[in-house]
Design a protein around this ligand. Structure first.
Ligand code: 3PG
Length: 393
């Protein structure tokens, strides 16, 4: 059992570096389209604030290459300013004099949100000097960024080694609920995996096969698998660097006698004529690009979900942010909600799809992690959490 913020004593006046996952979806006008990850973090922030800590929040947003204005955490700062009882300020840098001065000026119980930590390449490199600088700004480190705990980054793994540490309420809840799905004995275990983060997810999926009985693939992920199978995917998005892994996963699944299903029809548009309406095909060709699963696939996958004993879902089935491509994803959300299985749904976009479908209340547990949740279910641990101190009995 990890040490939690409740185990930390005498927080008044202490600078707490709180790592969170505020990697939330934003629309083209930088409006937050789903605030679940922020809402779920509020209890931890409120608790630390009530204890009189000076709270310095670190998060990433997206995968920027250097500074990108569109990946600024400013919209999140505005959200916190509106929704927290304590005073919230924003610092448009993470290190340097300005950040140091702003932390010095921070009053007990108040929050300072720092700019996107991934504007610094040292973050994902887990640079030692960078981790040291981060640690030097605080007295205590609290890791509540479950969604990124499968990554060894400077602001979680790197800094945790250098400061007294604990997890927040969000991580505590995640561990409690994900342990439930791991221990749930009802079979079959159906995993529905989609989305576009193919490269990192196929690696986890390769090991995840051993846990699941049925694997349903959709979204951009599916086109890489279909292509690896030798099918024509037209001009659909696919990730050539993951084709080999996809092939390996299919072979592994076959050898292990696991059912791995790929879409049997698709909602496509023709590249050459963007004004044309999307239409359904069973086999793609030429200038067709897939944007959602088709009705036959929806039916096929819904049947597997209905018969499941436990379900894990991560990644939308198509470009669901656009109404015309959202049917497959919404259908899957509804199928999971209607199933009697214990279900866990994870990942920023997937959670947002569940909210869009209006079925959040009928899901067993909504996890804030995507890849992290997949890896936790597979291994029962995550590198950035392993490093957090155990609770003293
Ligand atoms: C997520 O959205 O899954 C987490 O925030 C991690 O993001 P990453 O895959 O870009 O590391």
């Amino acid at each position: 059992m990890k040490r939690t913020i409740k185990d930390l004593k005498a927080l008044r006046g202490k600078v707490v570096l709180l790592r969170v996952d505020f990697n939330v979806p934003l629309d083209e006008n930088e409006n937050i389209t789903d605030a679940t990850r922020i809402i779920n973090e509020i209890p931890t922030i409120n608790y630390l604030s009530e204890q009189g800590a000076k709270i310095v929040i670190i998060s990433h947003l997206g995968r920027p290459e250097g500074f990108e204005l569109r990946k600024s955490l400013w919209p999140v700062a505005l959200y916190l300013m509106k929704n927290l009882k304590c005073n919230v300020s924003f610092c448009n840098t993470v290190l340097g004099d300005e950040a140091v001065e702003r932390i010095k000026a921070l009053r007990e119980g108040n929050v300072l949100l720092l700019e996107n930590i991934r504007f610094y390449k040292e973050e994902t490199q887990c640079d030692k000097k960078f981790s040291k600088k981060l640690a030097s700004m605080a007295d205590i480190f609290v890791d509540d960024a479950f969604g990124v705990a499968h990554r060894e980054n400077a602001s979680n793994y790197g800094v945790a080694r250098l400061l007294p540490n604990a997890v927040g309420f969000l991580v505590e809840q995640e561990i409690e609920n994900l342990t439930k799905i791991i221990e749930e004995p009802k079979q079959p275990f159906v995993a529905l995996i989609g989305g576009a983060k193919v490269k990192s997810k196929v690696k986890i999926l390769e090991r995840f096969i051993e846990k699941a009985d049925v694997i349903l693939i959709g979204g951009a992920m599916a086109y890489t698998f279909l292509r690896a199978k030798g099918e024509n995917i037209g001009t659909s998005i696919y990730y050539p660097e993951s084709e080999r892994d996809a092939k390996l996963i299919m072979e592994k699944a076959e050898m292990a006698g696991k059912k791995l299903l790929l879409p049997v029809d698709h909602l496509v548009v023709r590249d050459s004529d963007k004004k044309q309406k999307p239409f359904i095909v069973e086999s793609m060709k030429g200038d067709m690009a897939g944007f959602d699963i088709g009705p036959k696939t929806m039916k096929l996958y819904a049947k597997e979900l209905k018969n499941a004993g436990k379900i894990f879902w991560n990644g939308p089935m198509g470009l669901f942010e656009k109404e015309e491509y959202s049917q497959g994803t919404i259908a899957m959300a509804q199928a999971i909600a209607s199933s009697k299985a214990f279900s866990v749904v994870g990942g920023g976009d997937t959670v947002s799809a569940v909210n869009k479908a209006g079925v959040a209340g009928r899901i067993g547990f909504i996890s804030t992690g995507g890849g992290a949740t997949l890896e936790y279910i597979e291994k029962g641990s995550l590198p950035a959490l392993d490093i957090i101190q155990e609770r003293v009995k």
